[in-house]
Design a protein around this ligand. Sequence first.
Ligand SMILES: NC(=O)c1ccc[n+]([C@@H]2O[C@H](COP(=O)([O-])OP(=O)(O)OC[C@H]3O[C@@H](n4cnc5c(N)ncnc54)[C@H](OP(=O)(O)O)[C@@H]3O)[C@@H](O)[C@H]2O)c1
Length: 324
Amino acid sequence: MRAAVCHAYGPPETIRVSSVPSPPVSAGQVRVRVGAAAVNFPDVLLMANAYQVTVPVPFVPGSEFAGVVAEVGVGVSGLAVGDRVMGTAIAGAFAEEIVVPATSVTIIPGGVTDASAAAFGVAHRTAYHVLRSVARLRRGERLVVLGAGGGVGLAAVQLGALLGATVTAVASTDAKLAAAASCGAASLINHTRVDLRQELRAAFPDGVDVVVDPVGGDLAEPALRALRWGGRFVTVGYASGTVPRIPLNLVLLKGCQILGFQFRDFAAHAPRELARNEAALLDLLATGQALPRVGATFKLAEAAAALRHVADGKAIGKVVLAIG
Ligand SMILES: NC(=O)c1ccc[n+]([C@@H]2O[C@H](COP(=O)([O-])OP(=O)(O)OC[C@H]3O[C@@H](n4cnc5c(N)ncnc54)[C@H](OP(=O)(O)O)[C@@H]3O)[C@@H](O)[C@H]2O)c1
């Protein structure tokens, strides 16, 4: 099969598309013929060996995929050859085939394309768990989303609006803000043109209820300062490359909460809440209310360009590799 392979840790350009053997299917696993895979920021970090986990080289990056079941291992029930499925893995999706545990795939709801299904797995699930279970967002609350044009940010805008919040999107370009507006943001702030702290204070003199931050860096503190007394700030990631340091007196003065979310820990510690959220989110996908926005599509042979697009923060919504 053809696959994009990381032979040595490094920047996106080190990836090479070549022919590799298809992995064997063991008991409890399925082989999926990949139709589409989504490209995520952690793929860039894994390739650079700068992620929380290390995958030994050589490996095939890619953590989100959608396609058709091509082989079913011994002991698998509820899945058959020909089923359309979507799923996530640490790596392996930038290939014509991926082998994963059967428990890590879900049947794609009818009418949802491979591109949408592949783009759904990480960003929408992260944003939904963050909003519902960490921020505990309520209808009518004021939500500020940083990195609002990116994968997690745009999903948080869309899902925050669906959950009944008034959403303010913060991003670096007008194109990203236009995407956020089309996903339901009520107000837009281009942080490269205005002072974020002053802008938020002018727009919300009584403060905002919730901030979702997948970016970190210089934007975190001014956004936290915009919270009302008792507000919630959720740190989700550091796409800026800088983990912010927040003066603790701000927490004291605001009586606010700084909360964190990490997918694998949430899955391990809150399995029931995870299952409830995933069922509700799948329903939102099936009914077309929570479709991911795919901002750019590349071929498998263009995997390096797709990774570079994400690494440079140019992605609007999700970036997809069309493989099948
Ligand atoms: N905690 C979890 O479980 C979890 C789950 C999924 C993702 N994450 C993390 O969340 C972060 C965002 O993921 P994502 O998929 O939304 O990424 P993304 O689509 O690439 O968006 C990231 C946004 O960060 C901003 N940014 C600022 N400086 C940047 C830089 N130097 N390089 C790239 N982007 C920069 C950009 O927004 P502007 O241009 O508007 O400033 C960009 O749109 C990543 O760090 C990822 O690892 C965490």
